[in-house]
Design a binder for this molecule. Structure first.
Ligand code: GDP
Ligand code: MG
Length: 304
């Protein structure tokens, strides 16, 4: 029941993306026979669905290799083959998010406004509903609102929070949180950060210092550094991830705001072009609105 419910929410979140991509795909594969130039049309459909030219090309090449093996080439067969090709492509880097046996730390990074703080609140709720003892740290001390927003999430989810004062060194907040993680009975520390990418040098120094301080204070190396992206930014998200990757090691992507965005195709690109796994997707603004990414459910939700 719970799994079915999750699938339903996930599926619903991709509604607008599905309308865009499925409309095009079904326009090609909806008839009784395939057009002569259906491959060109398919490539165009992919490129205009927020999938880059190079990734679309790769999908078409993979599709061709598979379709040659089919005995009977009907539109329905072609559609199934396309789905298999995309699924295989995005399963390449897939791994489930398992917490360390001991204590885990996740750093949450990304540009301002993409959904980091909300993601920390929702992820906290996700893991605490799995029975994990979660602690969150408000290391966006740049704006008073950053801290207050996370405090609201802490209250809403009943998760303990470590926060500092406005303009306090974010690393000192991270230090206190890391000590608390180590000394008290916690399984997971989620660290919210600020994201002023216009000042790259400053951001790099700040994130590096947070990480160093955490390791020094707790002896625990952060298990994950997740970059949060806003789905509605489409290809710009790829650029953002590339920029962040120059600054710090990223271990996975969280795509927020999938609900209401028609640019879900970006997920295919993020995985195959950047060679990074998508681990979670944000599907709304309330505490349960986060889902673990699943390649199979994603493809079924995107192409119907
Ligand atoms: N619809 C929707 N809105 C979201 C999602 N994640 C975040 N938001 C909204 O996006 C806005 C910015 O989020 P915030 O967490 O403050 O971003 P931050 O600056 O990166 O910390 C807020 O209004 C959030 O409610 C999501 O998955 N779906
Ligand atoms: Mg924030």
């Amino acid at each position: 029941m719970k799994i079915l419910e999750k699938f339903k929410n996930f599926n619903l979140a991709f509604k607008r993306s599905k309308e865009v991509i499925s409309g095009k795909i079904n326009g090609i594969f909806g008839g009784a026979k395939l057009d002569k130039d259906y491959l060109e049309k398919l490539e165009e459909a992919l490129v205009t669905s927020d999938i880059s030219f190079s990734t679309s090309r790769e999908i078409i090449e993979g599709f061709k290799m598979r379709i040659y093996k089919e005995k009977e080439l009907t539109p329905a067969v072609a559609k199934t083959v396309l789905k298999s090709e995309i699924k295989e492509k995005i399963s390449k880097n897939f791994r489930a998010v398992n917490l360390n046996e001991k204590k885990s730390i996740f750093l949450i990074v990304g540009v301002n406004g993409v959904g980091k703080t909300t993601t920390v609140g929702k992820l906290g709720n996700f893991y605490s509903s799995l029975g994990k003892k979660v602690l969150i740290a408000a290391c966006d001390t740049f704006r008073a609102a950053g801290k207050e927003q996370l405090e609201i999430w802490a209250e809403l989810t009943g998760i303990p929070i470590v926060s500092g004062t406005e303009k306090q060194d974010p690393a000192s907040v991270a230090h206190d949180a890391a000590v608390r993680l180590k000394e008290k009975d916690f399984d997971l520390l989620l660290v919210d950060t600020a994201g002023r990418l216009h000042n790259k040098k400053h951001l790099m120094d700040e994130l590096a210092k947070i990480k160093r301080t955490i390791i020094k204070a707790s002896g625990i190396v952060p298990q994950e550094t997740f970059i949060v992206c806003d789905a509605s930014l489409g290809q710009n998200s790829i650029v953002q991830i590339e920029q962040f990757r120059e600054l710090i090691d990223i271990s996975g992507i969280i795509i927020a705001k999938i609900d209401g965005s028609a640019k879900g195709g970006i997920i295919i690109d993020a995985i195959s072009k950047l060679n990074l796994p998508v681990r979670f997707v944000g599907i709304g603004e309330s505490k349960d609105d986060i889902a673990e990414f699943s390649p199979g459910i994603f493809v079924e939700s995107l192409i119907e």
